[in-house]
Design a protein around this ligand. Structure first.
Ligand code: FMN
Length: 357
């Protein structure tokens, strides 16, 4: 098992949901960058469990303890290592998973791959808990990107069939970026909050779960970054975004809807703006053409599946007895992952962006 990504700024994640701690090592950060730790804690709190009623009631403080790479809140250039203690584990809730892998979860495939030796408690290394590390790394990296004029924001684009307003793809205001960056239930149109929340509560009341889409924007990326074919901007971002458990799809710009348009509708016409800069009037290309940034915002949407762990009884198999059985998942789970995934997707975008520039 190895959970490292990146060739310039490398993020390596370790830990298991119900082990002593989880943690992350970030290699390749520049030295001498002053980090606002209150901002890092604020980002961690947006993802932390127990902070929103759409999320698991498992309460974890998610305080990162920095072991190396920072002195007086300034990066030293050494690998930045941090651990986050697991303080609220209830492994007995997961006792029957070895005999009954959860449909939709990684229990069965992890059992195959690691021959039954992987830690299954709370999903082990496959747990959404591991994404606290991504948010920590992302919160540090975003501050470095911000100093270069690159900002990242995401919001809940949809939960089930209920939708927020989409991003204006040609660019959003600094005020909106800063507001969304603080939200735990991040919406552009806050008047839609009750409608989206009720989709989650309806599913939860039935012991079920619901999925949705997170939309993310990276604004201020320099034009001309990226590579054709395999090293493209979309490839790099997708590679990190698919590292977020429960992500099952990604689209850039007009994405799948664009495939239904004519070229005359989907093409983004170029023009010189008042500063003599080449821009496009629309942004169906989502900020990248031929894998290379155009200077327009990078806009993508990640599809998050409904939480696999549900209390509704489902069919599964008992691997020890080689017979069919049923499972109703006990324990504390997010009826909807989308809310907490917003800050994780932003972090994934930051990890990708710093490697691209
Ligand atoms: C923030 C976050 C929280 C999650 N919480 C849960 C959870 O409570 N229960 C669950 O079954 N899956 C949860 N997941 C998703 C699983 O970890 C994921 O579905 C599983 O590892 C299988 O991977 P896959 O869905 O990417 O194929 C969470 C994911 C994230 C990003």
């Amino acid at each position: 098992m190895g959970s490292g990504w990146g060739d310039k700024v490398k993020v390596s994640i370790f830990g298991e949901s119900h082990g002593t701690a989880i943690g992350v090592v970030i290699d390749g950060l520049p030295s001498g960058v002053k980090i606002d730790m209150d901002e890092v804690y604020a980002q961690m709190a947006r993802r932390a469990p127990g902070n929103d009623r759409t999320a698991t009631p498992r309460k974890e403080s998610d305080t990162p303890h920095i072991l190396s790479g920072m002195l007086d809140n300034v990066t030293t250039g050494a690998p930045l290592a941090a651990v986050i203690q697991n303080t609220n584990t209830r492994s007995k809730d997961y006792g029957n998973i070895m005999n009954a892998p959860r449909p939709g979860h990684s229990d069965y495939t992890a059992y195959l791959r690691y021959e039954g030796f992987n830690d299954v408690r709370g999903g082990g290394h496959f747990s959404g808990r591991l994404t606290a590390n991504m948010v920590f790394a992302g919160a540090i990296i975003r501050q470095i990107l911000q100093k270069k004029g690159i900002d990242i924001a995401a919001h809940i684009y949809s939960i089930g069939e209920a939708c927020d307003e989409p991003f204006e793809p040609t660019g959003i205001s600094d005020e909106l970026i800063s507001r969304l960056n603080k939200e735990k239930f991040a919406l552009i149109d806050t008047s839609r909050e009750d409608a989206l929340r009720s989709v989650v509560s309806d599913a939860a009341a039935k012991g079920d779960s619901v999925g949705g889409v997170v939309e993310c924007i990276i604004q201020g990326m320099p034009a001309g970054v990226g590579n054709p074919m395999f090293g493209g901007v979309e490839n790099v971002i997708s590679s990190v975004v698919f590292g977020v458990p429960a992500v099952k799809g990604i689209e850039f710009g007009s994405g799948f809807e664009g495939s239904k348009m004519r070229g005359s509708q989907n093409n983004d016409e170029f023009f010189y703006d008042e500063n003599g800069k080449v821009r496009t009037r629309t942004n169906n290309h989502g900020g990248a053409l031929g894998g290379i940034t155009s200077g327009m915002p990078i806009v993508f949407r990640a599809a998050i599946k409904p939480t696999a762990s549900i209390s509704i009884e489902q069919n599964t198999v008992d691997l020890t007895k080689a017979e069919n059985t049923t499972l109703s998942v006990k324990g504390r789970h997010d009826p909807c992952i989308v809310t907490r995934a917003v800050s994780v997707i932003e972090a994934a975008a930051a990890i990708a962006a710093i490697n691209l520039i």
